[in-house]
Design a protein around this ligand. Structure first.
Ligand SMILES: Cc1ncc(COP(=O)(O)O)c(C=O)c1O
Length: 364
């Protein structure tokens, strides 16, 4: 049995008619950039997240940079970032001239450990940048307490966690501003690149829109040195349709995770843990395993695709200032393995993955 890591085709097939007609509509009305298709999606997505304002942009990395710039983060500032995340979270901080300051992640949840944040605050700290990682929300309540106590801005990186929540409150609504990615493999994925910035603060959303739209307040009224970062109409039309199914697809992912949890409960694998009251949306289903590389090879031989998110913590990349040791982040990357995860995975496929994993360890 073949088990791909993600199958975007099966999802497309299930909504093909709607998608095809929406794409053809954009082509025939020739409104390729901007216009009502984009503004409608922005409204729908703001409603979905539970914020007043959403500004779409070209991708989740741009979204981070633009949000940081709108927050006024720049030269000489420090931003506290988890040592273990996707590179964009930290590179965006550098791109606006600031410095990412690593804080370790929690050993069970892999998100920014709130107990490791306060010790990183200096006179230069401007913001905290928690990441809702693999689909699990970071623990926002203590993070917000620390931010409020020290008068710091909070930018939530929600690229991997559309619709995740903490005691019913969605990610993206805790901090000052939040960012999303619509990269095709994301829980809400476009058919190309896309991103968005969400906030309840009208002043911030105005700044974001001006920065992302070439510094223009209105056409030809350029008020800051901006950039061009836009979600095109075709992607917006596709995302509007896909957004209607996102809850259902999230439930599909949660069902797949439950099957994995049941099937793998008796193994030595460390399975994803979810704190009480947190809703995990399983962008990825990541386990900690022994003999990771051999297991991955074995699964490949069984036509089961797996991935590693991520092979190195950011402090180990050799790209940024390492700032010493981060025991959890540094140790974790060697044993993590992401199993196939998407809403349409079948019970049989999950059983086959789990059986193959058990077989591998039974061989000794
Ligand atoms: C945590 C995180 N932040 C930011 C991004 C950047 O998003 P994009 O690929 O749309 O630029 C990603 C994408 O993988 C991500 O996983």
């Amino acid at each position: 049995m073949k088990v791909p890591f993600v199958d975007l085709g099966v999802q497309y097939t299930s909504i093909k008619e709607e998608i095809d007609s929406a794409v053809l509509k954009v082509i025939s009305n020739t409104s390729f950039v901007g216009g009502t298709t984009v503004s409608q999606f922005e409204q729908q997505f703001a409603e979905y997240v539970g914020v007043n304002e959403c500004v779409s942009c070209a991708n989740g990395t741009d979204a981070l940079e633009i949000a940081l710039e709108a927050l006024g983060v720049g030269n000489g500032d420090e931003v506290i970032v988890p040592a273990f995340t996707w590179v964009s979270t930290a590179s965006a901080v550098c791109r606006v001239g600031a410095k990412p300051i690593w804080a370790d992640v929690h050993p069970d949840f892999y998100t920014l450990d709130p107990d490791k944040v306060e010790e990183k605050i200096t006179g230069r700290t401007k913001a905290i940048l928690p990441v809702h990682f693999y689909g699990l929300p970071a623990d926002m309540r203590p993070i917000m307490k620390i931010a409020n106590k020290h008068d710091l801005k909070v930018l939530e990186d929600c690229a991997q966690a559309h619709g995740a929540s903490v005691f019913g409150q969605n990610v993206g609504t805790f901090g000052d501003i939040s960012t999303f990615s619509f990269y095709p493999g994301k829980n809400l994925g476009a058919y190309g690149d896309g991103g968005a910035i969400a906030t309840n603060n009208p002043e911030l959303s105005d700044k974001v829109r001006v920065i992302a739209r070439l510094g223009q307040r209105e056409k030809h009224n350029h008020v800051v040195i901006g950039r061009n970062s836009r979600l095109d109409s075709m992607q917006a039309a596709i995302l509007s349709i896909k957004l209607k199914y996102l809850k259902e697809w999230t439930q599909g992912r949660q069902q797949v995770a439950k099957w994995y949890n049941d099937e793998l409960a008796s193994t030595s694998l460390k399975l994803p843990e979810v704190p009480e009251g947190f809703e995990h949306v399983y962008h990825l289903y990541v386990v900690q395993v022994k003999d990771r590389d051999s297991l991955q090879k074995y699964l490949t031989s069984k036509e089961i695709a797996t991935q590693i998110h991520y092979p190195k913590s950011l402090n180990q990349l050799g790209l940024f200032d390492p700032q010493g040791a981060f025991p959890v982040s540094d140790a974790m990357s060697g044993g993590l393995l992401s199993l196939p995860m998407y809403a349409e995975l079948t019970r049989e496929q999950v059983r086959y993955v789990a059986t193959s994993i058990r077989e591998f360890y039974a061989r000794g």
